[in-house]
Ligand binder design. Structure first.
Ligand SMILES: Nc1ncnc2c1ncn2[C@@H]1O[C@H](COP(=O)(O)OP(=O)(O)OP(=O)(O)O)[C@@H](O)[C@H]1O
Length: 210
């Protein structure tokens, strides 16, 4: 479970004050709101990429407020994927496990399991320059999910896909997060997408008026 308590952030002239919300374990919460209302700012604070001025962030009973990003068990998929140009799809999936020093047998098993779940087994030896937009998205998701994070953060991760690919990737995410019971925070501008993927929709206007 993710618990954000009384979070305050100041970034130049932009301020968020006393933001509180929960994402229950295994649930998906969609965070919506007008452009510039602070959705990415909150997500980056949860990931440890942005300083906060007050508040507490708890994840599965651990206080992660002051932990560095790599120690939080939080994975982020940004809108633009940002794949590594020199690594194969297999290496992308093995990236997190290798940083966490998993054994090669466990890493191999996880790469195969993820590739199958995400429908990219046939792409494992390709480089990112030979992937379609939808395939790249599956790889970015696989890289984020490889170490079984306690929280998956999707920052407009489905924006920019054509309708068919969007529907396919939505299905892949839905089935994977339900199979592995992944707690998910999802930023989107699409109410339809939020309603399809999320158990609950939170509007920034509600958070900022509390
Ligand atoms: N590094 C920064 N320094 C100062 N202000 C910033 C910085 N990054 C973002 N902002 C400002 O913070 C505010 C919130 O931005 P943020 O990206 O969190 O909004 P958002 O709700 O995610 O928007 P969008 O839906 O357009 O992605 C904006 O006014 C933005 O200009």
């Amino acid at each position: 479970m993710l618990t954000v308590q009384q979070l305050s952030i100041k970034s130049g002239s932009f301020e968020l004050n006393s933001i509180s919300f929960d994402v229950p374990t295994g649930a998906c919460v969609a965070l919506m709101g007008t452009s510039g209302s602070g959705k990415t700012t909150i997500m980056e604070a949860i990931c440890g990429l942005r300083q906060i001025t007050a508040g507490k962030i708890m994840l599965d009973g651990r206080d992660i407020t002051k932990l560095p990003p790599g120690a939080r068990h939080v994975a982020l998929v940004p809108q633009d994927n940002v794949l590594f140009p020199h690594l194969s799809v297999r290496d992308h999936l093995a990236f997190g496990p290798s940083i966490q020093k998993w054994s090669s047998a466990d890493t191999k098993l996880r790469v195969e399991e993820l590739a199958e779940s995400l429908g990219i087994t046939h792409l494992l030896d390709r480089g990112p320059d030979k992937l379609s937009g939808g395939e790249s998205k599956r790889v970015a998701l696989g890289r984020a999910l490889a170490t079984r994070p306690s929280l998956l953060c999707l920052d407009e991760a489905l924006t920019g896909l054509d309708d068919d690919t969007h529907a396919e990737i939505l299905d892949v995410i839905k089935s994977h997060i339900s199979k592995e019971n992944i707690t998910t925070l999802h930023i989107t501008h699409s109410l339809r997408e939020a309603e399809e993927l999320a158990d609950q929709v939170i509007q920034m206007a509600e958070l900022r008026s509390n």
